[in-house]
Design a protein around this ligand. Structure first.
Ligand code: NDP
Ligand code: OXD
Length: 314
């Protein structure tokens, strides 16, 4: 029987697995859903849904045709597939996820724009000092990545009255947003933002992009809001930039090692806000519906939704 294999080597996918099974039974009774490693016959597996597929698993499934990331990002899936990747790979794209991300980023932008970071530092020292209130038009937010999430966020911030610019790989036009494309334009893009938001995917080109060189090209005292991937950020460079005042502060949601180890200096840093990869996520029902839809599409030879280009890495 055609099988969708749901798996992860780290996360408890219990809720998602139950949702997959009940939806598959309801919509596609000719498909079975299995939770790795419960797999009677590897030859039945047509599709894999995963956050971190176990290394080597895809190679052991002779009839595998589709690999679905249960997230918006896909690097954790692509890294575990045999190269060159010839399988179809999809990801989750969801308006609800974009709304959640916009809430998180707007909160973080307001945290710096309204000087709540400074108020909290003052509170720790029982200091009463009103900051000068700025209008949104006096705060410039730069968004790295103008895709489904970054593009939406740029518009939300613009609608709030912030000055917004954005940087992506290819050229984008967004009303009221000054856009830059490609590595040659990065320098110009970095000069203006008071707050830099990272919503890039993790690829060989973007790994460690948030490092010493980039921080040194920002306006002195800019703040960082990082929601992309942990491996974008060079941890020591962040600490140095904070300590030297190059960066005012950082809100960081994603880390190279998650959960963030208790020994990380970021936990206790007075100018870092650590959040546990919570910026946004799609609801289980949305994830399950998209993946089951794509499973049927691959079976019936229809074009896939939210397909990823393995060569580009996102
Ligand atoms: P998209 O693929 O829709 O957008 C990616 C954007 O990044 C595109 O604008 C793309 O440019 C740009 N980009 C890619 N490579 C480069 C590069 N080398 N230089 C400049 N720009 C580049 O992704 P999403 O918006 O859906 O998601 C972005 C990322 O957000 C995910 O990959 C994931 O890592 C992270 N994420 C984090 C979550 C969290 O809770 N913290 C939740 C969900 C996602 P172009 O438009 O030209 O292709
Ligand atoms: C995602 C994430 O990529 O949760 O969806 O980070």
């Amino acid at each position: 029987m055609p099988t969708l294999l749901v798996c992860s080597d780290t996360d408890d996918l219990g809720g998602l697995h139950a949702a997959f099974r009940s939806e598959a039974e309801r919509l596609w009774p000719d498909v079975q859903v299995r939770l790795w490693p419960d797999l009677p016959d590897p030859a039945d597996v047509v599709a894999l849904a995963a956050w971190f597929p176990p290394p080597g698993l895809a190679e052991s499934l002779p009839n595998l045709r589709l690999v679905c990331s249960i997230a918006a990002g896909v690097e954790h899936v692509l890294q575990r597939l045999p190269a060159p990747i010839q399988l179809s790979v999809t990801r989750i794209v969801d308006p609800g996820l974009a709304v959640g991300m916009a809430e998180y980023v707007l909160w973080a932008v307001l945290y710096y724009h309204r000087a709540l970071d400074r108020a909290l530092q003052q509170q720790a020292q029982r200091v009463w000092q009103m900051p000068v209130q700025k209008t949104p038009a006096q705060t410039h937010v730069g968004v790295m990545g103008l895709g489904v999430l970054g593009g939406h966020i740029a518009q939300v911030l613009r609608a709030q009255g912030f000055v917004v610019s954005g940087w992506s790989r290819s050229a984008h036009a967004i009303d009221g947003v000054c856009t830059y494309a490609g590595p040659d334009a990065l320098d110009d893009f970095l000069q203006a933002p008071d707050i830099l938001v990272c919503l890039l995917p993790l690829t060989p080109e973007t790994r460690f992009i948030l490092g010493k060189d980039l921080f040194s090209r920002l306006k002195p005292g800019a703040a960082l809001v990082h929601c992309g991937r942990g491996e974008h950020l060079v941890g020591d460079a962040l600490l140095q930039a904070l300590d030297h005042g190059t960066l005012r502060g950082a809100v960081v949601d994603v880390f190279a090692q998650e959960p963030l180890p208790a020994s990380s200096p970021l936990w206790a840093h007075p100018r870092v806000v650590v959040t546990p990869h919570m910026a946004s996520g799609a609801q289980a029902g949305v994830i399950v519906a998209q993946i089951l839809d794509n499973l049927q599409r691959v079976r019936s030879g229809q074009p896939l939704l939210n397909a990823v280009d393995p060569a580009a890495g996102y």
